[in-house]
Design a protein around this ligand. Structure first.
Ligand code: MGD
Ligand code: MGD
Ligand code: MO
Length: 773
């Protein structure tokens, strides 16, 4: 079954083709785009086995995003990008033993993410000793001894960091955080620190839970769905089916985005006749082309209109009963918005008054409103305050805790929410820590740990010497690539538990280990029999995931097995955890989860019932708000937006259609009309004219930041594109070079990846001219 990797063909920048952006998403081309490479890479049998089990109740949970599954699943319950994620993991191509002698770490440093990812699955543990430039295969026993000895030789447990990416299962995550805390540190940063951290920071104090307040079925019951800062056509394509159903039931949809994203305009559902041969469904009734970072102003302006309407017709607009019974802060909020500067709103949003009035009218007309959001909201300096304004607007008309209404952050990684529930956080609440200590007979560390940004800063300053990652690609994903890589190079040891190669395997400490692991597609056999794992989706539904294909290589260990053996070698009996027992039978881990994690009582029983269970959720279930006052908090937030010095642009860094975060599947961004390349920067044509630049020109993108560091991306092709005025866009992870490490969101410390101030200059070195269509 294993296959050697074929040569990798990467396009040159001169191959880039620019066509017309699409105004519709998915449809048959979407399905074909996914199936042809799947069959080519995996063969017919593996493709059939994986695709037919994907998101089914007895199959595995798609690892591409955290979108929930409907109760009634279709035979093909997946999307194009889910199929890409599965194909990427379930490929039979493997990194051969000879690879490590052929490629030094210095050589890997010169390779692209695409090249690294296409080398195939990792199958044997490898070790790079200090002073050497090559990894070499090593036995698992040696791995555990090396890591255990290193961790036990540190001066303080806080010199070690345990990072998690959001694909880890609940079982792996729970065991991992227990290992870190048993060892003595709360240094448990995760990808969420760069993703939805702002969401938790805003929701916890306002509604008492950092999660969505809706269930899947609520989409079909809504009158109005407002989609803010999110590109579902690429990043959660199955959401388009839910939106189509909502529209069929009469809902209106508003998209708030600086870019006219294809999936927000029209959707051709490949599972319906009208989606295959017809025009599909018009998705957005109103497209609000907002400036980057203008959402806070827009939300305040809409809330003000709601309050003004109530003042005009008292008793008819606000949900007085709900506000009186369940909320606090209305008076201060009303006084604050009375002073709202409409001029500032127009400047911040770049919108016309009638567009804002139209949105307010839609909001006032609707009885049930859902607001969804993702990275276009969370990765801004005022992200936390902006999300609090989403809550304000919803609370005014009682749009939380009733059918068809609520706040819905759309999570990214497929189990990033579950990992948090299981304790992956550098600052878990005391109630969790107490329960953990009691369950495992130890004193968990008290001090809060470091998040992702602080991890890099502390490495840079010499505080952190040991780095372990349960999945992910921290140096690729975090801001300020050059600073991050220098910091990681300064550590004593880096350990990566991974399925495939990425940049973080090349940017290493003095000693480095790569520990290959099984993916979610693969059957996980332990001595007590086949195991399943569990995950939580974006609407708090927890369900089991069963691997369906044979592991890509014999001897591959599961994440749980690796963690249990690392823990045993490092902390032995420091806790009373039965590490070998956990590895043998994951039910034992789940039994402990039942005792420690709120809402998970009887986990083993509930997870086995009809596809799993939904975690309790105060706001959604009973309009209960676990805030210090016991009420939902309407908050006052001073308006701020992003200033733009003359001759600069605000640049957002986003995903193309052919990538999963730092994993590059290919070089097309089909919906935006880009083929065979990623080195493009999308700029509004009027901005181009103002800056005396031309469509198709090669430019260098210079970061404008006052710390003296030079941040530049060279030789990018300008693409004239209908983005909001002053707002440019390009792809991460490449663009992380431009994002300063210390530019973070207030309160959440999330890198401000959607608002980098840049200057475009004609490229110093002109590449050969590129084709344009
Ligand atoms: N295929 C695929 N699926 C994925 C991922 C992937 O990489 N590939 N990643 C997963 C992960 S971890 C996550 S977090 C999600 C991310 O899902 P998204 O949040 O959709 O991801 P981005 O590509 O960052 O897109 C941000 C969107 O917000 C808009 N935007 C940017 N700034 C602003 C702003 O100031 N205001 C408003 N209103 N809009 C703005 C952008 O134009 C863009 O449409 O997707 C998940 N799913
Ligand atoms: N500039 C900019 N930066 C960003 C963002 C942005 O919008 N702009 N988005 C941010 C967001 S939302 C996120 S979530 C982060 C993502 O940050 P990360 O989660 O750290 O990065 P990924 O690219 O998702 O990690 C991919 C790697 O995970 C490993 N992997 C995949 N599957 C498995 C598995 O099953 N088990 C294990 N052990 N390993 C596995 C593979 O080795 C793969 O190369 O990036 C953030 N960075
Ligand atoms: Mo994310």
């Amino acid at each position: 079954m294993m296959r050697e990797n074929p040569p990798v063909n990467e396009p040159q920048d001169s191959d880039i083709e620019v066509g017309k952006p699409k105004d519709w998403a998915a449809g048959m081309p979407g399905v074909l785009h996914s199936m042809i490479p799947a069959i080519k890479d995996m063969g017919v049998d593996r493709t059939r086995k994986t695709m037919l089990s994907l998101n089914q109740k007895d199959g595995f949970d798609c690892m591409s995003c955290a979108w929930p599954d409907p109760d009634h699943r279709k035979a093909f319950e997946f999307c194009e990008n889910g199929a890409k994620a599965v194909t990427w993991e379930a490929t039979p191509i493997v990194v051969s033993s000879s690879f490590w002698a052929e490629h030094s770490v210095s050589d890997l440093l010169t390779r692209s993410e695409y090249w690294l990812g296409t080398q195939g699955r990792l199958t044997e543990p490898v070790y790079k000793p200090a002073g050497e430039d090559h990894y070499r295969p090593i036995s698992w026993d040696k791995v555990f001894a090396i890591v255990g000895n290193k961790l036990n030789s540190l001066e303080s447990p806080n010199e070690a960091v345990f990072y998690t990416s959001g694909r880890a299962s609940n079982e792996a995550a729970f065991a991992y955080q227990l290992f870190a805390r048993g060892y003595g540190t709360n240094n448990l940063p995760d990808c969420s620190n760069m993703c939805h951290e702002s969401t938790g920071r805003a929701l916890d104090p306002t509604i008492g839970i950092g999660k969505s307040t809706i269930a899947y079925d609520d989409f079909g019951k809504a009158d109005l769905i407002i989609i803010m800062g999110q590109n579902p056509g690429t990043n959660s394509p199955r959401m388009l089916t839910a939106l189509e159903e909502a529209k069929d039931n009469g809902a209106e949809i508003v998209a708030v985005n600086p870019l006219p994203e294809a999936g927000l305009r029209r959707y051709k559902n490949p599972q319906q006749v009208k989606g295959i041969i017809g025009h599909g469904t018009e998705i957005a009734d109103q497209f609000i082309q907002i400036r980057l970072g203008g959402d806070m102003a827009l939300l305040q302006a809409v809330s003000k209109r709601v309050l003004d309407a109530e003042a005009e017709n008292p008793g008819t607009v606000l949900d007085r009963q709900f506000l009186d019974e369940h909320c606090e802060g209305l008076e201060e909020f009303t006084l604050h918005l009375a002073e709202l500067d409409e001029g500032a709103v127009l400047e911040a949003t770049g919108l016309r008054i009638d567009e804002i009035d139209e949105l307010a009218a839609r909001y006032l007309k609707a009885e049930r409103v859902i607001i969804t959001w993702a990275m276009g909201i969370t990765q801004h300096k005022k992200a936390v305050a902006t999300i609090k304004e989403i809550i304000n607007l919803l609370l005014l008309r009682g749009n939380i805790g009733k059918p068809g209404a609520g706040a819905c952050p759309i999570r990214g990684h497929s189990n990033v929410q579950g990992d948090r529930t299981m304790g992956i956080w550098e600052q878990m609440p005391q109630s969790f820590m107490d329960a953990l200590g009691k369950e495992f007979g130890f004193e968990p560390p008290i001090d809060h740990g470091v998040d992702a940004v602080k991890t890099i800063q502390s490495m840079r300053d010499g505080g952190i010497k040991f780095f372990m990652a349960l999945g992910g690609n921290l140096v690729g994903a975090i801001a300020d690539t050059n600073a991050a890589e220098a910091a990681m190079h300064g550590t004593d040891m880096t350990v990566q538990i991974s399925t495939k190669l990425n940049r973080s395997h090349a940017v290493v400490g003095k000693e480095a280990l790569i520990l290959p692991t099984m993916g979610r597609t693969e059957v996980d056999r332990q001595t007590s029999g086949e195991q399943f794992v569990s995950v939580e989706d974006t609407v708090c539904a927890v369900h089991p995931s069963f691997g369906v294909i044979e592991p890509v290589a014999p001897g591959l260990l599961s994440e749980v097995a690796i963690i249990c053996r690392l823990a045993r070698a490092t902390i032995g009996e420091k806790t009373n955890a039965d590490w070998p027992g956990f590895e043998k039978d994951y039910d034992l881990i789940r039994e402990h989860i039942s005792h420690v994690v709120e809402g998970c009582q009887d986990y083993n029983t509930k997870i086995r019932k009809d596809g799993g269970f939904v975690l309790p959720n105060g706001p959604r279930d009973s309009r209960t708000f676990h805030t210090p006052t016991g009420k939902a908090m309407i908050t006052v937030n001073g308006l701020e937006f992003i200033g733009r010095p003359a001759a600069t642009l605000i640049l957002q860094t986003m995903r193309s259609h052919d990538q999963f975060n730092t994993t590059i599947y290919g070089f097309d961004d089909r919906y935006r009309g880009i083929k065979k390349g990623r080195h493009v920067v999308f700029v509004n044509p009027e901005d181009l004219a103002e800056l005396s630049l031309e469509d198709g020109q090669q430019v260098d993108i210079h970061g404008v930041h006052d710390d003296g560091a030079q941040r530049v991306l060279r030789n990018y092709r300008v693409v004239a594109y209908p983005s909001a005025r002053g707002c440019a866009a390009t792809y991460f992870p490449e663009a992380n070079v431009l994002v300063p490490l210390d530019k973070v969101a207030d309160d959440s410390n999330t890198p401000v990846s959607k608002a980098v101030i840049v200057r475009l200059e004609p490229a110093q070195k002109q590449e050969s001219p590129v084709k344009s269509f």
